[in-house]
Structures are given as structure tokens and as C-alpha cells.
Design a protein around this ligand. Structure first.
Ligand SMILES: [Zn+2]
Length: 201
């Protein structure tokens, strides 16, 4: 089993301030969260930088990804260090991800910039049911939706500042390997949890 924060921003996102080195250092030092998905807004540069820095550490894993601002709402794509071609409609992004064998997650569906009820028919692989930057009531709506749709529910801090890292995480029945992790998420071998450090809940 591996514990992963599946939604982390670096300073390569225009609205975030976390140095990729901070993520690598903190992941290395963390007692049990040993994997993080780098999900910057519409770029994979932060992931590339963090991966370079992490290459000297054996026991941490960075998962490539991006949070794509589609015209319909935010979609997290995990497993590829490249952006889908434009135009970024939810349909195009999900089709691209499927072609590449990547995983798609409806990020905070009921918060601003979420897919909302469109999540029901867009074909995502999983739903973010515990977002560290969302209030409990909107996380609850996302959790209900995942249950109703029989889709896996995942967690990520959505950290934009270093203090917000690792507030929540996903326990995944997989070893420290990106493909295995993505497969396990698709198969629902996941459980969400909180470290109790969030300022929101
Ligand atoms: Zn985000």
C-alpha cells in the first residue's frame, strides 16, 4: 500500500508558490506519504523540475500530471507528462487521456471551476471526493456522487502554498510504481484519509 497526495501545485502554476524542491524534500521527510501527483494548472514544467530533483531519492515517487482548465471545468490527468491538444473541452481531454492510457479525475466537482453535474456523463475514471482546499459540504457532495456513480473516490491537498501540502491523501493498494497506482485507482483499490492538518476541516 502506498499513500499519495494526488493534487499538488508548484510555483509553475500561476497562482501557487511551492518550490518543487520543497515538495521533494517534504515528501522524502514525510513519515508515510511517499508519493505525490504534480498537477499544475495547464503545464507539466513543475513536474519535470520536481522529477529531476527527486531522481536522487529512491523511496519517493512523483506521478506526472496536470490540472487542465477545460471550458467545462477542471480535469486532472495523471500518468502523462504532456498536455492534451487544444481546444480543451472535457470531451477532448478525456478522449486524449484514454488514448494515452492516462487516468482522469473530476477535480473538486462542486467547487468553483469544477465540472459539477457534467461529471455524471463525461466519462472520468475517478472523482476527487476529498480536496484539501474545499469545504466539507462540497467534498460531501462529491463523495455522494462517486458513490452514486460507483466511481473511485480520491483525495489530494490541492496545495498552492507549502503549508497546505499533505493535508489529505489517498491510500492506494499498489506499490511505488506509476502504472500500478493508476491501475489500482481505476479498479477502486483506494481509500481517502486526512492527516488532520487542514485549516478547513
Ligand atoms: Zn488544483
Amino acid at each position: 500500500m502506498i499513500c499519495a497526495d494526488l493534487h499538488v501545485h508548484t510555483s509553475y502554476s500561476p497562482d501557487a508558490s511551492i518550490n518543487p524542491k520543497t515538495i521533494v524534500d517534504q515528501l522524502y521527510a514525510h513519515p508515510f506519504i511517499k508519493a505525490a501527483a504534480i498537477t499544475d494548472h495547464n503545464t507539466v514544467e513543475g513536474y519535470n523540475k520536481a522529477r529531476e530533483l527527486a531522481s536522487v531519492y529512491e523511496d519517493i515517487l512523483l506521478i506526472p500530471g496536470a490540472e487542465v482548465s477545460t471550458v467545462n471545468g477542471d480535469v486532472i490527468v495523471l500518468g502523462i507528462a504532456e498536455l492534451p491538444p487544444k481546444p480543451w473541452t472535457v470531451k477532448n481531454v478525456i478522449n486524449f487521456a484514454k488514448e494515452k492510457g492516462a487516468l482522469t479525475i473530476a477535480a473538486h466537482p462542486y467547487r468553483a471551476f469544477g465540472l459539477g453535474d457534467l461529471t455524471r456523463k463525461c466519462g472520468v475514471d475517478a472523482i476527487e471526493v476529498l480536496n484539501g482546499a474545499s469545504l466539507p459540504n462540497v467534498n460531501k457532495l462529491a463523495e455522494n456522487l462517486a458513490r452514486e456513480m460507483h466511481l473511485p473516490g480520491v483525495a489530494g491537498s490541492d496545495a498552492h502554498q507549502a503549508n497546505d501540502l499533505w493535508t489529505v491523501y489517498t491510500e492506494i493498494q499498489a506499490s511505488s510504481d506509476v502504472d500500478e497506482i493508476l491501475r489500482a485507482i481505476k479498479n477502486g483499490l483506494v481509500k481517502v484519509a486526512s492527516t488532520g492538518t487542514s485549516r478547513r476541516f
